[in-house]
Write a protein that binds this ligand. Structure first.
Ligand SMILES: [Zn+2]
Length: 132
């Protein structure tokens, strides 16, 4: 007999009410929770971001052998519609930028595609049998 994932979740949810033993109830609750697909909200909660991905922040650049050439870098986003990225300034003039899907400091997903990518990676962990 085999069971689909949806059937297993339904079974675990139902089994919670089939016992009065608190530890067994908790076990079935944990089973149902572990079996449920990863949600967008869970991903956003786990990777809630760091101080470098909130607003705009200047990155403290370590000088190279050439010394300070007047290069500055800011990282962040100006708001919901503005992509998360890095802007490089030379003598206070913006001279280049790159957009990031993930914060390079904490790994927080910064786009809807990046959140989806994390959800798919976490779901894929269920597909791989554990090694013993
Ligand atoms: Zn971050």
């Amino acid at each position: 007999m085999s069971m689909t994932l949806e059937e297993a979740i339904k079974f675990a949810d139902h089994a919670v009410n089939m016992t009065d033993i608190p530890e067994v109830k908790e076990f079935y609750r944990m089973c149902a929770s572990a079996l449920r697909p990863i949600s967008r909200e869970q991903v956003e909660k786990v990777w809630s971001g760091c101080q470098m991905c909130e607003g705009w922040n200047t990155i403290e650049l370590k000088p190279c052998a050439n010394g300070d050439l007047g290069v500055r870098a800011d990282i962040g986003s100006a708001g919901q519609a503005d992509p998360f990225g890095l802007v490089v300034y030379k003598n206070l003039l913006a001279s280049g930028y790159v957009d990031f899907q993930f914060c390079p400091f904490c790994g927080s997903p910064k786009t809807a595609d990046a959140v989806q990518m994390v959800m798919e990676r976490l779901e894929a962990l269920h597909e791989i049998p554990p090694t013993t």
